[in-house]
Ligand binder design. Structure first.
Ligand code: UDP
Ligand code: MN
Length: 346
């Protein structure tokens, strides 16, 4: 451009206006440079590349949210139907351990969780380090997640020959999830959210998460296929003072007199309440079958429980247990140096 103008100048040196044109160009060039500097020295200048791209993504998403809101409004869809950004987050803590069915289990959970807005999955591996399989799985899951590990010491590990009630499972992993939450919200006095302990082998419906979303203390509901009965559930009665309903006991086949006779899958805890009770965690030394009851006993009183799922008349979660995969032929092939899963993740 400058070259062009100098050439221009030589040829028409007698005229005055080319000088003015050059001057104008120089002025515009100068201001353009300054402008560029200003526009890029925004809030994003003080952060590193990674956070900058994250922030840009957040801004872009916020723009999309605004756009979607205006579209939804134009169709007269009520705001509560799309106010996900305002929802309390559900922190789902899942203990998991390596075995042939692990990826299948996690996939079943993922498929449901992807339908649940504002869900943060805390996956805690029972291992001395995070595995490649779970890392890759979570990375491509499309979910918001945190990946942790917490090994169970050998003396607390269930042996293949042990009946499954012999030792509690997933205890230290759930506690590691709780500890992570305590650290994350250390600075916040009243964080909004709900905590749910979801073992990797159960079956969860999408409705379950709508039920637990607005838990104020501890909410409870029926669990199907557990405790050697079709369903275990809280007993719900009309409040004596006519103030709605309250839980008065438990309908279970085994020890209904436990203070909180619920399975792990049958309750969710308000995040602020859990964090306020600084000692609330699961205990390896809980008596057999009292893991949940001991934990909840540190958090609430029976009559403060919030009965969900149509006053505990609906089943939205099942304690399905996955059959151990039979590896008879695999073991034979492995011994012969021909595993079927060489170079392929199952
Ligand atoms: N679990 C674990 N380590 C183990 C065994 C189990 O982390 O050695 C996890 C498992 O993946 C599940 C939870 O702990 O999420 C409960 O285990 P399981 O389903 O076997 O218990 P059950 O249903 O028999 O109570
Ligand atoms: Mn289970």
């Amino acid at each position: 451009m400058v070259y062009f103008n100098l050439y221009f100048l030589k040829r028409r040196a007698r005229k005055w206006w080319p000088y003015l044109a050059i001057l104008l160009l120089l002025i515009i060039g100068y201001y353009e440079g300054v402008f560029h500097q200003f526009s890029s020295s925004s809030v994003l200048d003080s952060v590193d590349d990674q956070s900058r791209s994250t922030m840009k993504e957040v801004f872009a998403l916020q723009r999309q949210v605004r756009l979607l809101r205006s579209v939804l409004k134009s169709y007269s869809i009520p705001e509560r139907e799309y106010s996900d950004v305002l929802l309390p987050t559900i922190y789902v803590i899942t203990p998991t351990y390596a075995r042939p069915v692990q990826k299948a289990e996690l996939t079943r959970l993922k498929t449901v969780f992807l339908h649940v807005p504002a869900l943060h999955w805390i996956v805690v591996e029972d291992a001395s380090q995070n595995s490649q399989l779970v890392s890759n799985f979570l990375k491509s899951s499309g979910l918001t997640y945190t990946h942790l590990h917490q090994p169970t010491p050998d003396e607390w590990k269930l042996k293949d020959s042990d009946p499954n009630w012999r030792k509690p499972r997933g205890v230290l992993q759930r506690n590691a999830g709780i500890k992570w939450l305590r650290r994350k919200f250390m600075q916040e006095s009243n964080p909004r959210g709900v905590v749910y302990f979801a073992d990797d082998d159960n079956t969860y419906s999408i409705e379950l998460f709508q039920e637990m979303r607005h838990t104020q203390t501890v909410s409870v509901w029926p669990v199907g296929l557990v405790g050697d009965v079709m369903v275990e559930r809280p007993q719900v009665s009309v409040h004596p003072k006519g103030e709605g309903h309250q839980v008065t006991g438990w309908l279970t086949g085994w020890k209904p007199n436990r203070p909180f006779a619920t399975d792990m899958a049958g309750f969710a805890v308000n995040l602020a309440l859990l964090l306020k009770k600084s000692k609330a965690e699961f205990s390896l030394s809980s008596q057999r079958g009292f893991l949940e009851s001991d934990f909840l006993g540190n958090l609430v009183k029976l009559n403060n429980l919030e009965p969900k799922a149509e006053l505990c008349t609906m089943v939205y979660v099942w304690h399905t247990r996955t059959e151990k995969a039979n590896m008879k032929h695999e073991e034979r092939l492995r011994r012969a140096g021909k595993p079927t899963d060489e170079g392929i993740e199952v």
